[in-house]
Design a binder for this molecule. Sequence first.
Ligand code: FES
Length: 122
Amino acid sequence: MPQTHSVNTGVYSMYSNLNRKLSEWLRLLPLLGILALLGYLTIRPFLPKKKKQKDSLINLKIQKENPRVINEIDIEDLNSTKVCYCRCWRSKTFPVCDRSHVKHNELTGDNVGPLILKKKML
Ligand code: FES
């Protein structure tokens, strides 16, 4: 019997030690969190930043003061039988194509062109 008692005491003391160590570690958590935060804040200026790729912009200068460029044209207002609308965003008469896409395509190797609306003559 005394042997069982000593085994039980040993297990209890081991469990108690483990519990005490765990609670000591848990007490360190706020300090570890603060150290991790300070470490992050220290190295943050040296981390690579996401760059805005200016060269990937499609619209370089048309209505940049607006959050979105939206043009609305009523079909009934189309006077001619054929109208070309710019899709390259380089036209000086945007939204109507002024053939600036030709120069853009030559310079960049791109292949953009206008949207052509044709009215069928009945
Ligand atoms: S000028 Fe832009 S598509 Fe013609």
